[in-house]
Write a protein that binds this ligand. Structure first.
Ligand SMILES: Nc1ncnc2c1ncn2[C@@H]1O[C@H](COP(=O)(O)OP(=O)(O)OP(=O)(O)O)[C@@H](O)[C@H]1O
Ligand SMILES: [Mg+2]
Length: 253
Protein backbone atom coordinates (compact mmCIF):
# COMPACT_ATOMS: atom_id res chain seq x y z
CA UNK A 1 0.00 0.00 0.00
CA UNK A 2 1.26 3.46 -0.85
CA UNK A 3 1.30 6.22 1.77
CA UNK A 4 -0.90 8.45 -0.42
CA UNK A 5 -3.25 7.17 -3.11
CA UNK A 6 -5.12 9.70 -5.23
CA UNK A 7 -7.70 8.20 -7.51
CA UNK A 8 -9.82 9.86 -10.19
CA UNK A 9 -9.69 13.26 -8.49
CA UNK A 10 -11.44 16.20 -10.16
CA UNK A 11 -12.22 19.80 -9.24
CA UNK A 12 -13.93 22.46 -11.37
CA UNK A 13 -14.31 26.19 -10.85
CA UNK A 14 -17.40 27.09 -12.82
CA UNK A 15 -16.72 25.63 -16.24
CA UNK A 16 -12.96 25.40 -15.71
CA UNK A 17 -11.58 21.90 -15.05
CA UNK A 18 -8.70 22.80 -12.74
CA UNK A 19 -8.04 19.15 -11.82
CA UNK A 20 -9.29 16.44 -14.12
CA UNK A 21 -9.43 12.72 -13.23
CA UNK A 22 -6.02 12.76 -11.58
CA UNK A 23 -4.66 9.48 -10.20
CA UNK A 24 -1.23 8.82 -8.71
CA UNK A 25 0.48 7.24 -5.70
CA UNK A 26 3.18 8.51 -3.38
CA UNK A 27 5.40 5.89 -1.74
CA UNK A 28 6.48 6.35 1.86
CA UNK A 29 10.02 7.63 2.29
CA UNK A 30 10.24 9.39 -1.07
CA UNK A 31 10.37 12.94 -2.39
CA UNK A 32 7.65 13.09 -5.05
CA UNK A 33 7.69 16.14 -7.31
CA UNK A 34 4.80 17.70 -9.21
CA UNK A 35 5.60 19.86 -12.22
CA UNK A 36 3.50 21.60 -14.82
CA UNK A 37 2.99 25.03 -16.38
CA UNK A 38 1.19 27.89 -14.59
CA UNK A 39 -2.46 27.04 -14.12
CA UNK A 40 -1.89 23.28 -14.53
CA UNK A 41 -3.81 22.59 -11.32
CA UNK A 42 -0.91 21.86 -8.96
CA UNK A 43 -2.04 24.11 -6.10
CA UNK A 44 -5.66 23.02 -6.55
CA UNK A 45 -4.51 19.41 -6.21
CA UNK A 46 -2.66 20.33 -2.98
CA UNK A 47 -5.75 22.14 -1.68
CA UNK A 48 -7.84 19.03 -2.31
CA UNK A 49 -5.34 16.80 -0.49
CA UNK A 50 -5.08 19.24 2.44
CA UNK A 51 -8.86 19.47 2.74
CA UNK A 52 -9.23 23.18 2.00
CA UNK A 53 -11.06 22.42 -1.26
CA UNK A 54 -13.58 19.64 -1.64
CA UNK A 55 -13.12 17.65 -4.85
CA UNK A 56 -15.93 16.43 -7.10
CA UNK A 57 -17.55 13.38 -5.54
CA UNK A 58 -16.33 10.07 -6.92
CA UNK A 59 -12.64 10.83 -6.55
CA UNK A 60 -10.73 9.49 -3.57
CA UNK A 61 -7.66 10.50 -1.57
CA UNK A 62 -6.31 7.82 0.73
CA UNK A 63 -3.65 8.18 3.40
CA UNK A 64 -2.47 4.77 4.63
CA UNK A 65 -5.60 3.35 3.01
CA UNK A 66 -8.01 5.67 4.84
CA UNK A 67 -10.21 7.95 2.72
CA UNK A 68 -9.66 11.61 3.62
CA UNK A 69 -11.23 13.46 0.67
CA UNK A 70 -14.24 14.62 2.69
CA UNK A 71 -12.34 15.78 5.76
CA UNK A 72 -11.79 19.42 6.76
CA UNK A 73 -8.21 20.79 6.94
CA UNK A 74 -7.73 20.37 10.70
CA UNK A 75 -8.71 16.69 10.49
CA UNK A 76 -6.40 16.13 7.54
CA UNK A 77 -3.62 17.77 9.55
CA UNK A 78 -4.39 15.51 12.50
CA UNK A 79 -4.13 12.50 10.15
CA UNK A 80 -0.52 13.48 9.44
CA UNK A 81 -0.49 15.82 6.45
CA UNK A 82 1.20 19.22 6.87
CA UNK A 83 1.71 21.87 4.22
CA UNK A 84 3.35 25.13 3.30
CA UNK A 85 1.74 27.68 0.99
CA UNK A 86 2.72 29.11 -2.39
CA UNK A 87 2.02 32.53 -0.86
CA UNK A 88 3.64 32.51 2.57
CA UNK A 89 1.14 32.62 5.42
CA UNK A 90 2.71 33.67 8.71
CA UNK A 91 1.17 35.49 11.65
CA UNK A 92 2.87 38.85 11.25
CA UNK A 93 2.25 40.04 14.81
CA UNK A 94 3.88 37.01 16.35
CA UNK A 95 7.50 36.05 16.86
CA UNK A 96 9.11 33.30 14.83
CA UNK A 97 8.92 30.93 17.79
CA UNK A 98 5.21 31.66 18.33
CA UNK A 99 4.49 31.04 14.67
CA UNK A 100 6.03 27.58 14.96
CA UNK A 101 4.35 26.87 18.31
CA UNK A 102 0.98 27.37 16.61
CA UNK A 103 1.90 24.41 14.39
CA UNK A 104 2.62 22.22 17.41
CA UNK A 105 -0.72 22.59 19.11
CA UNK A 106 -2.56 19.82 17.31
CA UNK A 107 -0.03 17.49 18.87
CA UNK A 108 -0.28 18.72 22.44
CA UNK A 109 -2.91 17.87 24.98
CA UNK A 110 -4.48 20.58 27.11
CA UNK A 111 -7.39 22.75 26.09
CA UNK A 112 -7.55 26.44 25.42
CA UNK A 113 -9.31 26.87 28.79
CA UNK A 114 -6.68 25.01 30.77
CA UNK A 115 -4.11 27.18 29.02
CA UNK A 116 -6.00 30.33 30.03
CA UNK A 117 -6.17 29.19 33.63
CA UNK A 118 -2.50 28.29 33.44
CA UNK A 119 -3.08 24.95 35.13
CA UNK A 120 0.13 23.07 35.92
CA UNK A 121 -0.33 20.44 33.20
CA UNK A 122 -1.07 23.22 30.72
CA UNK A 123 2.17 24.94 31.64
CA UNK A 124 4.06 21.67 31.27
CA UNK A 125 2.41 21.17 27.89
CA UNK A 126 3.37 24.71 26.90
CA UNK A 127 6.98 24.05 27.82
CA UNK A 128 6.99 20.87 25.72
CA UNK A 129 5.50 22.75 22.79
CA UNK A 130 8.15 25.46 23.14
CA UNK A 131 10.92 22.86 23.17
CA UNK A 132 9.47 21.06 20.14
CA UNK A 133 9.17 24.36 18.27
CA UNK A 134 12.79 25.29 19.08
CA UNK A 135 13.89 21.90 17.81
CA UNK A 136 12.13 22.46 14.46
CA UNK A 137 13.61 25.96 14.17
CA UNK A 138 17.03 24.38 14.62
CA UNK A 139 16.25 21.82 11.90
CA UNK A 140 15.25 24.68 9.58
CA UNK A 141 18.50 26.49 10.46
CA UNK A 142 16.86 29.54 12.03
CA UNK A 143 17.05 28.89 15.79
CA UNK A 144 18.81 32.26 16.20
CA UNK A 145 15.69 34.02 14.88
CA UNK A 146 13.30 32.56 17.49
CA UNK A 147 12.56 35.93 19.11
CA UNK A 148 12.43 37.97 15.92
CA UNK A 149 9.19 39.45 14.63
CA UNK A 150 7.90 37.34 11.77
CA UNK A 151 7.24 40.43 9.64
CA UNK A 152 10.86 41.58 9.83
CA UNK A 153 12.29 38.50 8.19
CA UNK A 154 13.69 38.14 4.71
CA UNK A 155 11.70 36.13 2.22
CA UNK A 156 13.97 33.10 2.56
CA UNK A 157 13.75 33.26 6.34
CA UNK A 158 9.95 33.39 6.18
CA UNK A 159 9.94 30.27 4.02
CA UNK A 160 12.12 28.54 6.62
CA UNK A 161 9.64 29.50 9.39
CA UNK A 162 6.76 28.04 7.38
CA UNK A 163 8.70 24.85 6.92
CA UNK A 164 9.51 24.65 10.63
CA UNK A 165 5.84 25.18 11.46
CA UNK A 166 4.80 22.37 9.11
CA UNK A 167 7.43 20.07 10.65
CA UNK A 168 6.14 20.92 14.13
CA UNK A 169 2.99 19.02 13.23
CA UNK A 170 5.20 15.91 12.99
CA UNK A 171 3.60 14.94 9.69
CA UNK A 172 3.88 11.68 7.80
CA UNK A 173 3.42 13.61 4.57
CA UNK A 174 4.65 17.14 3.93
CA UNK A 175 3.17 19.17 1.05
CA UNK A 176 5.47 21.95 -0.19
CA UNK A 177 4.02 24.39 -2.72
CA UNK A 178 6.91 26.11 -4.53
CA UNK A 179 9.25 26.28 -1.52
CA UNK A 180 12.08 27.75 -3.62
CA UNK A 181 10.12 30.51 -5.32
CA UNK A 182 11.64 33.91 -4.60
CA UNK A 183 14.77 32.40 -3.05
CA UNK A 184 18.35 33.14 -4.04
CA UNK A 185 20.40 30.33 -5.60
CA UNK A 186 22.22 29.80 -2.35
CA UNK A 187 18.96 29.64 -0.38
CA UNK A 188 17.53 27.24 -2.97
CA UNK A 189 20.51 24.89 -2.51
CA UNK A 190 20.03 25.01 1.24
CA UNK A 191 16.31 24.29 1.08
CA UNK A 192 17.05 21.38 -1.27
CA UNK A 193 19.46 19.89 1.26
CA UNK A 194 16.91 20.46 4.00
CA UNK A 195 14.15 18.68 2.06
CA UNK A 196 16.43 15.69 1.49
CA UNK A 197 17.25 15.65 5.22
CA UNK A 198 13.52 15.78 6.00
CA UNK A 199 12.93 12.76 3.77
CA UNK A 200 15.84 10.93 5.35
CA UNK A 201 14.31 11.58 8.78
CA UNK A 202 11.29 9.54 7.65
CA UNK A 203 8.87 12.20 6.40
CA UNK A 204 7.49 11.71 2.90
CA UNK A 205 7.54 14.87 0.77
CA UNK A 206 5.22 15.94 -2.05
CA UNK A 207 6.65 19.07 -3.67
CA UNK A 208 5.35 21.43 -6.35
CA UNK A 209 8.20 23.43 -7.84
CA UNK A 210 9.10 25.29 -11.03
CA UNK A 211 12.86 25.18 -10.37
CA UNK A 212 13.69 22.18 -12.58
CA UNK A 213 17.27 21.89 -11.40
CA UNK A 214 16.05 21.55 -7.80
CA UNK A 215 13.35 19.08 -8.82
CA UNK A 216 15.75 16.94 -10.87
CA UNK A 217 18.29 16.92 -8.01
CA UNK A 218 16.09 15.95 -5.09
CA UNK A 219 13.04 14.04 -6.40
CA UNK A 220 12.73 10.26 -6.40
CA UNK A 221 9.57 10.35 -8.55
CA UNK A 222 7.83 12.97 -10.65
CA UNK A 223 4.31 13.68 -11.80
CA UNK A 224 3.65 16.12 -14.65
CA UNK A 225 0.32 17.94 -14.94
CA UNK A 226 -1.04 20.04 -17.77
CA UNK A 227 -4.51 21.60 -17.94
CA UNK A 228 -5.52 19.65 -14.85
CA UNK A 229 -4.52 16.27 -16.25
CA UNK A 230 -1.65 13.89 -15.61
CA UNK A 231 0.53 13.80 -18.71
CA UNK A 232 3.46 11.79 -17.33
CA UNK A 233 4.71 10.02 -14.21
CA UNK A 234 7.88 8.13 -13.33
CA UNK A 235 11.49 8.81 -12.46
CA UNK A 236 12.68 12.40 -13.00
CA UNK A 237 14.66 11.27 -16.08
CA UNK A 238 11.69 9.46 -17.60
CA UNK A 239 9.39 12.44 -17.08
CA UNK A 240 11.98 14.93 -18.36
CA UNK A 241 12.33 12.89 -21.57
CA UNK A 242 8.59 12.44 -22.08
CA UNK A 243 7.52 13.88 -25.46
CA UNK A 244 4.29 15.35 -24.09
CA UNK A 245 6.16 17.03 -21.21
CA UNK A 246 8.67 18.51 -23.66
CA UNK A 247 5.84 19.69 -25.92
CA UNK A 248 3.97 21.37 -23.04
CA UNK A 249 7.09 23.14 -21.77
CA UNK A 250 8.44 24.22 -25.13
CA UNK A 251 4.99 25.26 -26.27
CA UNK A 252 4.89 27.44 -23.18
CA UNK A 253 8.02 29.47 -23.90
N1 LIG B 1 -10.54 29.59 -6.27
C1 LIG B 1 -10.53 29.57 -7.62
N2 LIG B 1 -11.56 30.05 -8.34
C2 LIG B 1 -11.56 30.01 -9.68
N3 LIG B 1 -10.55 29.50 -10.42
C3 LIG B 1 -9.49 29.02 -9.77
C4 LIG B 1 -9.41 29.02 -8.33
N4 LIG B 1 -8.24 28.46 -7.97
C5 LIG B 1 -7.61 28.13 -9.09
N5 LIG B 1 -8.35 28.46 -10.18
C6 LIG B 1 -8.00 28.20 -11.59
O1 LIG B 1 -7.71 26.83 -11.70
C7 LIG B 1 -6.60 26.61 -12.57
C8 LIG B 1 -5.51 25.88 -11.82
O2 LIG B 1 -4.97 26.78 -10.86
P1 LIG B 1 -3.81 26.34 -9.85
O3 LIG B 1 -3.60 27.48 -8.93
O4 LIG B 1 -4.15 25.02 -9.24
O5 LIG B 1 -2.59 26.16 -10.84
P2 LIG B 1 -1.05 25.91 -10.50
O6 LIG B 1 -0.64 24.72 -11.30
O7 LIG B 1 -0.82 25.88 -9.05
O8 LIG B 1 -0.38 27.20 -11.16
P3 LIG B 1 0.93 28.04 -10.69
O9 LIG B 1 2.11 27.29 -11.21
O10 LIG B 1 0.77 29.35 -11.37
O11 LIG B 1 0.90 28.14 -9.21
C9 LIG B 1 -6.19 28.00 -13.06
O12 LIG B 1 -6.78 28.22 -14.32
C10 LIG B 1 -6.73 28.93 -12.01
O13 LIG B 1 -7.01 30.19 -12.55
MG1 LIG C 1 0.24 27.00 -7.75
Amino acid sequence: MSLLEVNNLSKSFGGLHAVREVSFCVEAGTIHGIIGPNGAGKTTLFNCIAGSIRPVSGGTIRLNGNAIQDRPPHEVAACGIARTFQTIKLFSRMTVLENVMVGCHTNSRGSFLSGMLSLPFARAAERKVREAAMEKLAVAGIADLAKADAQQLSFGQQRAVELARALALRPQLLLLDEPASGLTMHETDRIGELIVAIRDSGITVLIVEHDMSLIMTICDRLLALSSGQVIAGGTPREVQADPEVIRVYLGDE
